[in-house]
Design a protein around this ligand. Structure first.
Ligand SMILES: Cc1cc2nc3c(=O)[nH]c(=O)nc-3n(C[C@H](O)[C@H](O)[C@H](O)COP(=O)(O)OP(=O)(O)OC[C@H]3O[C@@H](n4cnc5c(N)ncnc54)[C@H](O)[C@@H]3O)c2cc1C
Length: 498
């Protein structure tokens, strides 16, 4: 911290947390600050890491630091599990990072209809606890990511077609406001704050717990099937079946069979390209009709469904085990980021164009050490958007009539800092070119929504929520944080448009 107030800030923090304030140079600080998902977050060095274990300590930190933040002497960051890859999203150079991972607890209500999850949890223990009761929640598809950042960014789950965005299942947030007061936000109490936090990220307060609706969950059928890259041309036209267009008499994935969930990607790594489909039937129906077009794709080198066992993990299992399967595909500390665009699902030609551009970008970058590159497709079906709209409102406010939508997710990873600039630039170009094509060549297929959880650092995510939503969020910010502690004093994450 460069501020002359550094000693006072340290005193203020230790008066609340005692030894749980980490300082540069200590082993604990290095370990804590080196444990983010991306190397870019690890490279940000806060002056202090504050590690609260309970709500009172979070309140104490906010009250103690508030004067320094408002005077401009100190900046804050709020860290969940640290899976946002953007430098400075959940960390802050020369400021104070509040690491929320000490807040633990998963508590089922007496009638088992709601579970309260503390802000420091990740998804694996949540599913493990709920499975004891035959229950689950519409949480992340990957067990290792943070509950807090995932839900505050909206969240896509394998149950999304039935349940909407994951945040639509949050019936109550417990929040420490800029004043240090702790409030509950639900449909009756502070309903504007409740709606705003559903997708509104870290703009209004520090969330200390989330109450989510539970539902019964039994065996699930699903897994990953890999295909030879040549089948991409076979897979793209199948998109019609996800998006609700008639397709060779098959029931539509996600629309007519709302228990199916599918995402697919084309990826490059270790000199190879591969197409992968991740598919689920959340009611456990084996190889359901709606997914058969995908499970039936046979690749020229026999990667097809059940042809080569290790290239196809489709099976009946539990949500817990499926989210552990996907957890194995990522590791912490690489140079990596996401970028995404949202397009209307009205022309598969656009997907082919984006794929072509992705290929050209790959050719330029594949000599970078440790380079892997994924282009993924995830779907917001009309049913999902309708169920989202019925759930009481959220910050994203996507009209169901805009659906079906496709989120195109781009994810490069690499090893060396000297490749940073060219990789960021090339991927920025790929995104710009894809947006341009969506607008000009494909009947205005670009949608303004940008999914916060996979957004690029430069994107104005909240502006993409639309004017009405932006004005609601501004009102919420004015009411609950009139001095702008979470706007000006907490620079990380996607802020409200100026
Ligand atoms: C391997 C992997 C798989 C993923 N899979 C999915 C998926 O299936 N579906 C999906 O929707 N997304 C997915 N994501 C994206 C993920 O949801 C986001 O990266 C999310 O931000 C992670 O949450 P976190 O708590 O770990 O993040 P952090 O990096 O800790 O935080 C992200 C943002 O949330 C804010 N924040 C965190 N905690 C709080 C709090 N308590 N109060 C206020 N603000 C807070 C931070 O300040 C920061 O700006 C995945 C990401 C990874 C790396």
């Amino acid at each position: 911290m460069t501020s002359s107030k550094t000693p006072q800030i340290l005193n203020a923090l230790t008066s609340v947390l005692g030894d749980s304030v980490l300082q540069p140079g200590s082993t604990e600080y290095e370990k804590d600050n080196g444990s983010y998902f991306s190397a870019f977050e690890n490279e940000v060095k806060p002056s202090f890491i504050a590690k609260p274990n309970n709500v009172e300590q979070v309140q104490g930190i906010v009250r103690a630091l508030r004067p320094y933040v408002l005077s401009g002497d100190c900046e804050l960051a709020i860290r969940g599990a640290g899976h946002s890859p953007i430098a400075g999203s959940a960390n802050v150079q020369d400021g104070v990072t509040i690491d929320m991972r000490g807040l633990k607890g998963i508590k089922l209500s007496d009638d088992q209809s709601v579970v309260e999850i503390a802000a420091g949890e990740i998804w694996t223990p949540v599913y493990a606890e709920l499975e004891k009761y035959g229950l689950t929640v519409a949480g992340a598809r990957v067990g290792r990511i943070g509950v807090a950042g995932f839900l505050l960014g909206g969240g896509l789950s394998i149950f999304s077609t039935r349940k909407g965005f994951a945040c639509d299942s949050v019936v109550e947030f417990q929040v420490v406001l800029a004043s240090g007061e702790v409030v509950r936000a639900n449909a009756e109490e502070n309903a504007d704050l409740w709606r705003s936090l559903r997708g509104g990220m870290n703009n209004f307060g520090i969330v200390t717990s989330f109450k989510m609706k539970t539902f019964k969950s039994g065996p699930i059928w699903g897994g990953i099937t890999y295909y030879h890259p040549e089948v991409i041309e076979e897979v793209f036209p199948l998109i019609d079946s996800i998006c609700g267009f008639p397709h060779d008499g098959y029931p539509y994935v996600g629309e007519h069979d709302k228990d199916t969930h599918l995402m697919y990607s084309v990826g490059y790594g270790f000199g190879q390209k591969v197409v992968a489909c991740v598919m689920y039937h959340t009611q456990g129906e084996e190889n359901p009709r709606a997914l058969r077009e995908y499970t039936g794709v046979e690749s020229p080198i026999d990667f097809g469904y059940r042809r080569i066992k290790e290239m196809c993990t489709m099976r009946t299992s539990t949500q817990l085990e499926f989210c552990e399967e996907l957890s194995k595909f990522s590791s912490d500390g690489s140079r990596q980021f996401w970028a995404s665009i949202t397009i209307k699902a009205n022309d598969t030609g656009l997907l082919e164009d984006i794929c072509e551009e992705w290929d050209k970008t790959l050719e330029k970058l594949k000599d970078a050490e440790g380079f892997t590159f994924t282009l993924g497709f995830q779907f917001l079906t009309v049913s999902m958007l309708e169920n989202s709209a019925k759930a009481g409102g959220n910050a994203m406010a996507i009209p169901p009539s805009d659906g079906p939508l496709i989120i195109v997710v781009i994810n490069p990873t690499w090893s060396l800092p000297e490749d940073d600039d060219r990789i960021f630039k090339a991927v920025e170009n790929l995104v710009a070119e894809s947006r341009e094509r969506a607008v000009t060549r494909y009947r205005s297929s670009l949608h303004p929504y940008i999914f916060a959880n996979y957004a690029y650092k430069e994107d104005d995510v909240i502006a993409g929520y639309g004017k009405e939503s932006v004005s609601m969020l501004r009102e919420t910010s004015k009411k609950y944080d009139p001095e702008g502690l979470f706007q000006k004093g907490t620079p990380g994450g996607f802020k409200l448009p100026k």
